[in-house]
Design a protein around this ligand. Structure first.
Ligand code: NAD
Length: 390
């Protein structure tokens, strides 16, 4: 290494260690505990100097430290933010328990406009709040929060995943897509007795990081695709590539198909959409697909098989959590686990049928059972492989 490079690295280290000290000494950070029934810890973090108002919710750490993203959104009220973080952190508990990753459920929200309010001071103040929880909550990027933002949060806390470094996990999209693909195979197996997708019609709503890769997997297994995205050019481009048909964003939920794969938005299963569904199964990657839990029962009554979202879309969580293993990230580990989403879903379908309950309720009950009997509880603490430079 040349002298100049060495000097530059030393300089960068120096700046960063100054920043860490700065964050640790951060004055004016206020942490207030909010007593919420059914949650282990919920804290409100405020830092008037940087404009930070955030909530960190740790729902359950029975199986391991709580892992969950940082959502940055300009919520209209504090209560709206609180409701969101409580719902999301609880969802993470179930997703982690079912996925056997040895983590619990947590989430954080920063009440801010990601387009204009994000400053290094605000993100570092948030990092200091995460640090104050001593590793009970590990954060990652989420809606409104980029890898660059997480890098700044990292200056104030080590309890972060998803940073770019040699033992890091990288893009979760293909892993989520693979888990979703396996979930579609399991759903088809349940419906038709064989998991072959040859000639099966799959309608994909949303062709982003997950949806586009999912189309690739489905195409090579012989599925006929119907595609939709608000970005019509994207939909047309993929339609040409896979010999698919495109439909409008309004039509995609109403098409006749074997499987509808929602890969864009939450709450697409609701009172307005259900009467129009003409699919045999709903199996996609989108988070929080059910507007309300009881909509799973309505689907059941209509004879539509539903793949619970927190089971089928766990590939991304499997991927990111793999980097906290002692070896650092090995892609074969989350690949193997995402592959097994097929078996988990088939088991859930069987339980639901036997107990005459919705697949959503069966999945929740399975997660509760794993938590109650500590199945998959973490034995070794997570290892953070990032250095002070990332
Ligand atoms: P993305 O932002 O890359 O893609 C979403 C796509 O949906 C975009 O192409 C967007 O144009 C399109 N879209 C938005 N509104 C639409 C509408 N009304 N109709 C049709 N298309 C619309 O997101 P992603 O990473 O591909 O994730 C997709 C879904 O899966 C999200 O709900 C996300 O929360 C969930 N999810 C993603 C991951 C992951 O690893 N990326 C993991 C778990 C869950």
């Amino acid at each position: 290494m040349t002298h100049a490079v060495e000097e530059a690295k030393q300089g960068a280290k120096q700046t960063l260690s100054n920043l860490i000290q700065e964050a640790q000494k951060l004055s004016g950070l206020q942490i207030e505990r909010l007593p919420i029934k059914g949650y282990e810890q919920v804290v409100k973090a405020s830092h008037p100097k940087s404009g930070l108002t955030a909530i960190i919710a740790i729902h359950d750490t029975t199986l391991g430290p709580a892992l969950g993203g940082i959502r940055i959104q300009p919520y209209e009220t504090f209560d709206a933010a609180l409701e969101d973080v409580l719902r999301l952190s609880k969802g993470m508990t179930y997703k982690s328990a079912i996925s056997d990753v040895g983590f619990g459920g947590g989430k954080s929200v920063i009440i801010a406009d990601p387009k204009k309010d994000k400053t290094p001071e605000l993100l570092m103040a948030f990092g200091a709040a995460v640090e104050s929880l001593g590793g009970q909550y590990i954060c990652a990027e989420d809606v409104g929060c980029t890898t660059e933002d997480v890098k700044i949060v990292r200056r104030a806390t080590k309890y972060v995943v998803g940073l770019p470094h040699e033992k890091s996990s990288g893009d979760p999209g293909p892993f989520t897509a693979w888990g979703t693909f396996r979930g579609i195979q399991a759903s088809v197996k349940k419906l038709y007795g064989s998991d072959s997708l040859e000639g099966k019609i799959v309608a994909v709503q949303g062709l982003g990081n997950v949806g586009a890769v999912l189309c690739e997997y489905l195409f090579w297994e012989g599925a006929d695709l119907i595609l939709s995205d608000i970005d019509e050019n994207k939909a047309k481009r993929l339609a040409v590539k896979y010999g698919a048909r495109t439909v409008s964003v309004d039509q995609i939920l109403k098409v006749d198909c074997d499987v509808l794969a929602p890969c864009a938005l939450g709450a697409i299963i609701n009172d307005q959409t259900i009467p129009h569904f003409r699919c045999r199964a709903i199996a996609g990657s989108a988070n929080n697909q059910l507007h309300r839990d009881h909509h799973a029962n309505v689907l059941d009554e209509k004879g539509i098989l539903y793949a619970p979202d927190f089971v089928i879309n766990a590939g991304g969580l499997l991927n990111v959590s793999a980097e906290l293993e002692e070896t650092g990230y090995l892609p074969s580990w989350p690949r193997e686990k995402a592959h097994r989403i097929y078996d988990t879903l088939l088991a859930i379908y069987e339980i639901a049928e036997k107990n005459r309950e919705s697949t959503h309720n069966a999945a929740l009950a399975l997660a509760d059972y794993r938590i109650k009997y500590r199945i998959g509880k973490r034995v070794f603490p997570p290892i953070f492989h990032h250095s002070t430079e990332n």
